[in-house]
Design a protein around this ligand. Structure first.
Ligand code: BG6
Length: 463
């Protein structure tokens, strides 16, 4: 859906961590780059003043990089602040006043889902939800049942096209590029299936731990934090069929078909790990059973992907920070050259962060008299420096009413249906040393004698 632009931006959780890390820098960039000029109303229950919120915004933007005083002044002039309890109708009366003549606000719920119901009801009763849109942060629920309940809560007040569920991975340049690469090229489609693809691996590795978010992490764990959303979304973009048409609905329809074809995880094909030292983090239980690492095998029951395993792995305190996809192809039917050597298979490597890299692994003849080969990588690399942050892109899209990069209720619910069995099975969490690739048992998730492809530090571009 696109439509009229929102004429006020309200964000709940204005004094929180997400606002400091992501929302203020994104708003600043929108003012800077696209001339955003609407009232921006921060909401919180913190006893703050507008001046304090402006100081916080300034600190956030100074920390995030370039700071232009003139541009910051423009943002600061658009800022408003409403303080109050989200269960108190008076808070929403103050919000309604702060909205002034705005008739199409967008409300961003950067708050825990447990507060959604009272906020949504408060918005409705004060008239602030009329002709409004709402953006909701992940995690969208804890499992299928809670996600369905959140959807019911939102739908009591907002229609589905007015709901923008954020998954910031979908706003990443590299993830957009993945989609483009798949559907803008002719050469890929004939081989992008079970006849040529042996397996697909996705690794999201983070070198750091929970960075002071222990209390949050205790509520989620790696599967809820990044697998159910970011990594299954990436899987869907890798595996879906081409959309028929240009409308966002066409893309959503294909994604939904794919999500519904994902087989619910078999707990026997899931390994959970926890880095040594996690239980000493502030906010973490001494006997915590929360996973900071997960490795799993996913099956997609379509004609395109039957019998092609999708291996997914994510973890904190791993040797490197990088997210990478490897699509490995089957070998040629007969080995004509190098019959006694196990040459590497062809593959596509799609690095999603921190660099954007698309490369293809191939074999060429080594120099000399013999017909022996050596592996090479054909690389297409894109610079990342001047790109929009995912939050700038996604918040801008939401303000314009463009739903293309947001997740619909049925896709979110289908993704929960996939991971739910792994959340309830009570598989043990296996300890691993920080700086390693997780518990040893994770190697058994990859079958056929293969191994995980560990992302390495990217060499500088040859171009
Ligand atoms: C967030 C998770 O959604 O994504 C974090 O809550 C994770 O735990 C982060 O670190 C990774 O995203 P990015 O874009 O910083 O790589």
């Amino acid at each position: 859906m696109t439509g009229l632009e929102s004429d006020a931006f309200v964000f709940f959780g204005a004094t929180g961590d997400l606002a400091h890390k992501k929302i203020f820098p994104a708003l600043y960039a929108m003012v800077h780059r696209s001339g955003l000029n609407i009232p921006i109303i921060g909401m919180a229950r913190a006893g703050w003043t507008l001046d304090k919120l402006r100081a916080r915004a300034r600190d956030s933007i100074e920390h995030s990089g370039d700071f232009d005083a003139g541009c910051f002044e423009k943002l600061a002039a658009q800022l408003r602040y409403v303080d109050g309890d989200y269960t108190d109708p008076a808070t929403f009366t103050k919000l309604k006043q702060a909205l002034g003549p705005a008739t199409r606000p967008i409300h961003y719920l950067a708050i825990p889902p447990s507060m959604f119901a009272s906020v949504v009801q408060g918005l409705a009763k004060s008239g602030s939800a009329d002709h409004a849109r709402v953006i909701v942060e992940k995690p969208f629920g804890r499992d299928l049942a809670t996600a369905q309940s959140l959807d019911r809560t939102l739908h009591e007040v907002f229609s589905e096209p007015a709901i923008f569920r954020i998954d910031h991975y979908l706003g990443k340049e590299a993830v957009q590029n993945l989609l483009y690469f798949r559907f803008a090229n002719t050469f890929l489609e004939p081989i992008w299936n079970r006849h040529y693809v042996k397996d697909v691996q996705i690794t999201m590795a983070e070198e750091f731990g929970v960075q002071g978010r222990g209390a949050f992490y205790e509520e989620v764990g790696a599967i809820r934090d990044v697998v159910q959303n970011h990594l299954l979304q990436v899987t869907a973009l890798l595996a879906m069929d081409p959309p028929t048409g240009h409308e966002p609905a066409a893309m959503q329809a294909e994604k939904l078909r794919l999500f519904r074809a994902m087989r619910p995880l078999d707990p026997k094909e899931v390994v959970r790990g926890q880095f040594k030292g996690y239980r000493d983090e502030p906010g973490v239980a001494k006997d915590s059973q929360i996973e900071t690492f997960a490795a799993l095998r996913l099956h997609i029951d379509t004609w395109r992907w039957a019998d092609v395993p999708f291996y997914i792995r994510a973890g904190k305190c791993l040797p490197i920070s990088a997210t990478e996809v490897t699509v490995t192809l089957k070998r040629p039917p007969l080995p004509i050259f190098d019959p006694n050597e196990a040459m590497p298979r062809n593959y596509f490597r799609l690095r999603l962060s921190p660099e954007v890299v698309i490369s293809e692994g191939a074999l060429v003849k080594r120099n000399g008299d013999q017909m022996h080969g050596e592996p090479v990588e054909l690389v297409a690399r894109h610079r990342t420096e001047s790109e929009k942050s995912p939050y700038e892109r996604l918040l801008g899209d939401a303000i314009r009413g463009d739903t293309s990069l947001f997740t619909q209720d049925d896709c979110v619910e289908a993704a929960w249906r996939v991971v739910d069995p792994a959340l309830t099975a009570g598989q043990p969490v296996l300890e691993y040393e920080p700086g390693t690739w997780g518990p040893r048992a994770s190697t058994e998730v990859v079958n056929d004698g293969d191994t995980w492809h560990d992302p390495v530090t990217e060499k500088s571009s040859p171009c």
